[in-house]
Ligand binder design. Structure first.
Ligand code: URA
Length: 444
């Protein structure tokens, strides 16, 4: 096949700070997918993009080229479809109550999800702790379940944006993950190819998130929303706090149990608040803005949809979830106020206990994780249990404790220390913890 460009010219153009033409972008993504542009050449181009950036037109085109590298899922569903994507956080089990809740309110939610890598958990890993539950569905099964139940949470098919799968693996080993245009085009190519009629993004901000500063998170959210607009997909983004874990459960089975509590009308306040905030945005995009999701959650109606969603994929929603063989309790070092419970540290601790994986092919422990028994701002007594560390492999406990304690162990002073979990004598005048879950909303 005659190739209209040479990869080295495209690399040079971006290296020197130029704007890539639509034709160059279409070609380079397609030729990389075909193996004509080599891994070395794409690595150089990804680094040039990382250093020089891409403008909104380049980013939208790059996203389109990645969508065109595979197939679009053709969803023939009678209800309006709407999806949610989270940029990933610690204790982020929101998809689990959210998808059945939005389905209960009249929309259909096709939620193609991933597995966890590093300190953030994966929705599929969580759901696989339910006996019998199956992540892999065909396109026909997805459509049937969407029509009959209104919600599907399953693995993405191999034909969805294959260029992204290849490029993401390359970025992972070449220090080019943290680039706004590359992250945004990666996320949006998969979401647009999935074919939902609307998309709500939960862009996390804080130590447990990809973006640790509000400005960076805002820039990512704006880029994501602009790509949606350029591709005709109504998209909104919420910026939400990820400085401390969401809810009290971090892990796999333990997060499913907390999601079930929420679906039965209970559960932690922050998880309920974020589930409802995202549900309201999704329903607005689906044309059901007049439906209030709160009573559907509080009454247990969404729990009925959850049971049907889990059963449709072979799972037993009433089966007991697995419990850990070992539980190590971390106690409050003094009486006072919990001033710090760092999301990243808790995520790393859960990962080291066995809840997450270091390589894509590693297995995860269904029962491993961390239960947070107090939230920042709460008063605690000396010796009161603060955290439970759950694992099948107790020799992992010391490294989980090291992640939580920094160099100084669980801290007993406010400020100054490097501990990720800190109790101080008095509540500070200006709380260092966030008191709201949703920080900002970004619309097209
Ligand atoms: N998630 C994705 O799907 N892609 C990225 O590049 C980063 C996070």
């Amino acid at each position: 096949m005659h190739e209209p460009f040479a990869a080295v010219d495209v690399i040079r153009a971006k290296r020197d700070g130029g704007r890539l033409t639509p034709e160059q972008i279409d070609w380079v993504v397609d030729a990389y997918t075909r193996g004509v542009v080599s891994e070395e050449q794409m690595a150089a181009l990804a680094m040039a993009v990382f250093l020089r950036g891409m403008d909104s037109r380049e980013t939208a085109r790059w996203t389109g080229a990645m969508i065109d590298s595979g197939e679009r899922l053709a969803l023939h569903v009678s209800r309006p479809t709407v999806d949610k994507h989270s940029t990933g956080g610690v204790g982020d089990k929101i998809t689990l109550p959210l998808a059945p809740l939005v389905a209960t309110c009249g929309a259909a939610v096709p939620q193609l999800s991933g597995r966890g890598l590093g300190h953030t958990g994966g929705t599929l890993d969580k759901l696989e702790s339910i006996p019998g539950w199956r992540a892999q569905l065909s396109a026909v099964e997805i459509g049937k379940q969407l029509d009959e139940v209104g919600a599907v949470v399953c693995a993405a098919t191999d034909t969805l944006a294959p260029a992204d799968r290849k490029l993401y693996a390359l970025r992972d080993v070449t220090g080019t993950v943290e680039s706004v245009p590359l992250i945004a085009s990666s996320i949006m190519s998969k979401k647009i190819a999935e074919g939902a009629g609307g998309l709500v993004l939960d862009v996390k901000v804080g130590s447990g998130a990809f973006m640790t500063s509000l400005d960076d998170a805002r820039a990512l959210a704006r880029t994501l929303v602009d790509i949606g607009a350029a591709h005709g997909l109504p998209t909104r983004a919420l910026l939400t706090d990820m400085s401390t874990p969401l809810g009290s459960a971090v892990g796999n089975a333990i997060e499913v149990a907390e999601a079930v509590d929420v679906l039965r009308g209970g559960g932690p306040e922050d998880v309920v608040a974020l589930t409802l905030a995202l549900a309201r945005e999704m329903l607005a995009l689906a044309g059901h803005g007049d439906v209030d999701p709160a009573p559907m959650l509080a009454s247990g109606q969404a729990y009925e949809t959850w049971c049907r969603m889990i059963s449709a994929q072979g799972g037993d929603p009433e089966a007991p979830l697995p419990t850990p063989a070992h539980v190590h309790v971390v106690e409050a070092p003094q009486t006072g106020v919990l001033t710090r419970l760092d999301a990243y540290a808790v995520g790393v601790a859960a990962w080291r206990l066995g809840a997450g994986r270091a390589r894509r092919e590693d297995p995860v422990q269904a029962t491993a994780g961390v239960r947070c028994l107090a939230k920042p701002g709460e008063r605690v007594e000396h010796g009161q249990p603060l955290l439970e560390l759950h694992t099948e492999t107790p020799d992992a406990v010391p490294s989980a404790l090291a992640a939580l304690g920094g160099a100084g162990g669980i801290g007993a002073e406010a400020g100054g220390g490097d501990a990720a979990v800190e109790v101080s004598d008095e509540a500070p005048d200006h709380p260092p913890w966030s008191t709201t879950t949703v920080l900002e909303t970004i619309r097209a």
